[in-house]
Design a binder for this molecule. Structure first.
Ligand code: SAH
Length: 279
């Protein structure tokens, strides 16, 4: 059996895990050993008698900063423990070390795919004002952000990252086919979905139908409609994604347009020669 994809989470609040990851598909997969979760209580690595993990920031300012010595000991403990305990688990490597941070690169599906394809992840969850910079400088730690907003701790971000990875692991999603068509696949947001009833009366008494093409059973037309919808919603909502997509498809569009123009020219030339009686 191949070793299970493992999420190792360093946190001051291990009781937050598995939390929502313990139910539904991720929960079942966890139970079945498709993936594994290990939490490391950062406080267990505090050295003084108050078990303090944070201190006031040099230079002044509000809040507290997580201490580098405690964090480093926790990271060493986590990855060291992973070697010893990991062998028992059949884990060959711990995977990339990530600090969840609003200053990091934005988490996207491409990164999720990369992480899911590896042996797992080691996630450091910050609290308070964050962690002492030196611990980040002294190890190979990537910073990853969930988005341009500030959480009170890295735990919800870790849960989101793990969730996104776990659903890509083989055997987690019931219908393996669905993953290929989703938002961000091919650089687009997803097309809209409809299901039964075919006509639904909403709260205002308005009868709402379903786009005809979806009831047609014509697969090629359905595919074309969905692509057009995906392109439209992406262009309207996400100019950043749209720019990349448009650039990637520009050559293809230009080629198609050139072909159309050539055909039109040939047709017009044909008509002209028919009129003048030549050809
Ligand atoms: N003072 C920091 C915010 C600290 S929030 C700043 O302004 O950048 C406390 C912890 O929550 C952080 O250490 C980080 O681990 C986590 N966190 C907050 N926002 C996050 C986000 N958008 N993505 C990932 N983690 C986040």
């Amino acid at each position: 059996m191949s070793p299970a994809w493992t999420a190792r989470v360093l946190t001051l609040f291990p009781e937050m895990f598995p939390g929502p990851l313990g139910i539904s598909l991720a929960g079942k997969a966890l139970e079945n050993g498709v993936w594994a979760l290990e939490t490391v209580d950062i406080r267990a690595f505090a050295r003084d008698k108050h078990r303090s993990v944070d201190d006031t920031p040099f230079g002044g300012g509000p809040g507290m900063v997580m201490r580098p010595d405690v964090l480093d000991a926790a990271l060493a403990g986590a990855t060291g423990a992973a070697l010893a305990g990991g062998q028992a688990l059949g884990v060959t490597g711990q995977g990339r070390m990530i600090y969840l941070s609003p200053r990091g690169r934005l988490l996207d599906q491409a990164l999720v795919k990369d992480l899911a394809a590896g042996p797992g992840v080691v996630l450091l969850c910050g609290r308070y004002e964050g962690v002492d910079q030196r611990v980040l400088d002294s190890r190979v730690i990537e910073e990853v952000s969930l988005g341009d907003f500030v959480l009170s701790g890295g735990e919800p971000a870790a849960l989101a990252l793990i969730d996104a990875c776990v659903r890509l692991l083989p055997g987690v999603m019931g219908n393996a086919g669905t993953a290929g068509e989703e938002s961000f696949e091919g650089g687009l947001l997803e097309y809209p979905h409809y299901t039964r009833p075919a006509v639904w009366t909403d709260g205002q008494g308005v009868e709402r139908g379903v786009p005809e093409v979806l009831l047609s059973g014509h697969h090629e037309n359905v595919r074309a409609w969905r692509l057009a919808e995906a392109e439209a919603v992406t262009q309207a909502r996400r100019p950043d994604l749209w720019r990349v997509y448009a650039e990637a498809h520009e050559a293809e569009w230009n080629a198609r347009e050139a072909k159309r123009r050539r055909r039109r020219k040939n047709r017009l030339a044909g008509e002209r020669s028919a009129e003048t009686g030549e050809g």
